[in-house]
Write a protein that binds this ligand. Structure first.
Ligand SMILES: [Zn+2]
Length: 177
């Protein structure tokens, strides 16, 4: 396994639409290794999610996991999930604001409105269809990663930039305790 270099805001790859993965491509040892590397990279940097274009591969693949994460200590666990070619559908119009950060926008947080409940349809890493409902923080993480695959970052979704905060100030003034 190897750790991958994370693209930071300003790298053009973060603003491109990613390409769909074919079934045969997904079966290849190369792509399976890449998915393992994405998971290792997400864990190394304490991410709760990582999109392939964040590690310079413009493909529709995202990984997510929340498990006692030190960057998001107040959030419930989400099992390790690999989403290939995901589609999301909001299940209601209801939205909620909460803090987000991003490995491609280091050391910052901002409040972002997201749908509270979404349906997620994708392939897993073996090409099997997955279809589930995600709520609250789980739904937030999926929407954040899905945006990456469409060339968007969380800053684009903020109502305005008035809550944009450095991590140190977030911990000092805004972190729930
Ligand atoms: Zn991100």
């Amino acid at each position: 396994m190897s750790l991958l270099k994370v693209a930071r805001l300003g790298h053009p790859v973060l603003r491109q639409l990613t390409g769909a993965v074919t079934a045969s491509e997904l079966r290849s040892a190369l792509l399976q290794q890449f998915i393992d590397d994405m998971i290792a990279t997400m864990k190394e940097y304490d991410g709760v999610g990582l999109a392939a274009d964040q590690v310079h591969e413009s493909k529709q693949i995202a990984v997510l996991e929340v498990a006692g994460n030190p960057r998001y200590p107040d959030k419930p666990d989400v099992p390790l999930t690999v989403l290939v070619n995901p589609k999301i559908t909001p299940l209601s119009e209801e939205m909620e604001d909460d803090w987000e950060g991003c490995l491609s926008v280091p050391d910052m947080r901002g409040r972002v409105p997201r749908y509270k409940s979404i349906r997620v349809e994708a392939w897993d890493r073996s090409g099997q269809p997955v279809n589930f409902v995600a709520n609250d923080f789980h739904a937030r993480v999926v929407q954040h990663e899905f945006d990456h695959l469409n060339g968007k970052v969380y800053l684009d979704r903020m109502r305005d930039l008035s809550t944009l905060t450095f991590l140190t100030e977030y911990v000092r003034y805004w972190m729930p305790r």
